[in-house]
Design a protein around this ligand. Structure first.
Ligand code: SF4
Length: 337
C-alpha cells in the first residue's frame, strides 16, 4: 500500500456490538445475552488489506456480517467513505452494498447450483440495472478473464468446476459492480493448499490493478501473514491487539496473540523471530458468560491480580499498534516464552 493511502480512511467502525438475547421459555423475558461482538472499533484505509484473526467463535465472522448488514448489529457506528451508514435504512445500505461486496468461505455452497456461471456473474449487474443486455454480456466476458478463467466456463454450472475455479467465479461476481471494499470471509480455507496460493496471488493482482481494499477474515495465520497490511486479533468478541503485519507477527504484545502465533511454523526456524510453542490451557470461555476482568485471564500464563478485576483499556504502543492488556498499560514486560 502506498504511503499516501495510509491516511485515506475508507471504513470506520466504532463500538460495534452484536448481542444475541437469551430468553427464558417461549414468552419469557431476557435472562442474558451472547455477546458475539462486543465493542469492536477499527479503521480500514483505502487500498490496504486489513485482517481479522482469532479462534473459531471469537466474533470475526459476525463482525464481517454486521459490516455488510447480513445481520443487523445491536449497536455501533459504521462510516463508509466518511458517510455514516444506517443499518435500518434499506435504501441507504443498498447504495453502500454496491461498494462493499463479500466473498464467502465455501465456494461449493455460495454459488447457486441451478444457475450457469454466466447468470451467476451477471446477476448483480442485472439487479442493479448496470447496462443493456449486450453491455452486461461484455462485462461478464471481461470479468471471467480477469479472474483467470475462459469464456467457455460461462456456459458451465458450479458442479462442473473445481473448488479453485468456483472461488474465481465468486471473485468475479464480487468484482462485477466495481466495489471499493471486499470482505473476504475465510476465502481460501476450503481449498487445497496448492490452490490457496493461486487464489491469494489473484487477490493481490486484483488489489494492485483496481486499488481494492480487503477485509480478510481468517483463522489461518500463515495466510494472514502472507496477505495483510494490518491485523486485528479478536478474542471473545473483542479486539485485543491490532497493528501492522510486522508488529503483530514479529513483536506481538498481547499474551493471546503470542500464544496464537507460537503455533504457526516460521519460514526461517533459526531467525530471531523463532517462536516457542505456548500451549494455552482450556478452551475459550462462553461469550454468554465471559470471565470477570480480562476475558483471557483464566488462560493467561502471565496474569496479575488486576486482570481478574477490570477489563484492560486499549492502549497505544504506537499510533498503529494497540493492545488491551494490563501489563502493557503498566509498562511491565510480557514474556510468555
Ligand atoms: Fe493476561 Fe492480564 Fe494481559 Fe489479560 S490483561 S492478557 S490476563 S496479563
Amino acid at each position: 500500500m502506498a504511503q499516501n493511502d495510509m491516511n485515506n480512511t475508507l471504513l470506520k467502525v466504532k463500538d460495534l456490538k452484536k448481542h444475541y438475547p437469551i430468553k427464558k421459555g417461549i414468552l419469557g423475558g431476557e435472562i442474558g445475552a451472547i455477546k458475539a461482538v462486543d465493542g469492536v472499533s477499527f479503521e480500514v484505509k483505502r487500498g490496504e488489506t486489513f485482517s481479522i484473526v482469532g479462534e473459531s467463535g471469537c466474533g470475526k465472522t459476525t463482525t464481517g456480517m454486521c459490516l455488510n448488514n447480513l445481520i443487523e448489529p445491536t449497536s455501533g457506528e459504521i462510516y463508509f467513505n466518511d458517510k455514516q451508514v444506517s443499518f435500518r435504512q434499506k435504501k441507504d445500505f443498498q447504495e453502500v452494498r454496491k461498494n462493499m461486496q463479500v466473498i464467502f468461505q465455501d465456494p461449493y455452497s455460495s454459488l447457486n447450483p441451478k444457475h450457469s456461471i454466466q447468470r451467476i456473474i451477471s446477476e448483480p449487474l442485472v439487479i442493479n440495472k448496470m447496462g443493456t443486455k449486450s453491455e452486461i454480456e461484455d462485462r461478464v466476458q471481461s470479468l471471467i478473464r480477469l479472474v483467470g478463467l475462459d469464456s467457455y466456463h460461462l456456459n458451465r454450472y458450479p458442479h462442473e468446476l473445481s473448488g479453485g475455479q468456483k472461488q474465481r467465479v465468486g471473485i468475479a461476481r464480487a468484482l462485477a459492480l466495481n466495489p471499493d471494499l471486499i470482505i473476504c470471509d475465510e476465502p481460501v480455507s476450503a481449498l487445497d493448499v496448492s490452490i490457496q496460493s493461486q487464489i491469494l496471488n489473484l487477490f493481490e493482482e486484483l488489489q494492485e490493478k483496481f486499488n481494492l481494499t480487503y477485509i480478510f477474515i481468517s483463522h489461518d495465520l500463515s495466510v494472514v501473514e502472507h496477505i495483510s497490511d494490518r491485523v486485528a486479533v479478536m478474542y471473545l468478541g473483542k479486539i485485543v491487539e491490532q497493528g501492522t503485519r510486522e508488529e503483530i507477527f514479529n513483536d506481538p504484545k498481547h499474551p493471546y496473540t503470542q500464544a496464537l502465533l507460537s503455533s504457526v511454523p516460521v519460514a526461517k526456524p533459526k531467525s530471531k523471530n523463532n517462536r516457542t510453542r505456548i500451549v494455552l490451557e482450556g478452551d475459550p470461555p462462553s461469550p454468554q458468560n465471559p470471565p470477570s476482568g480480562c476475558h483471557f485471564h483464566e488462560r493467561c500464563p502471565v496474569k496479575i491480580e488486576a486482570c481478574k478485576k477490570a477489563y484492560p483499556d486499549m492502549r497505544e504502543v504506537n499510533n498503529l499498534h494497540k493492545v488491551a492488556c494490563h501489563l502493557v498499560s503498566e509498562n511491565l514486560s510480557i514474556t510468555t516464552q
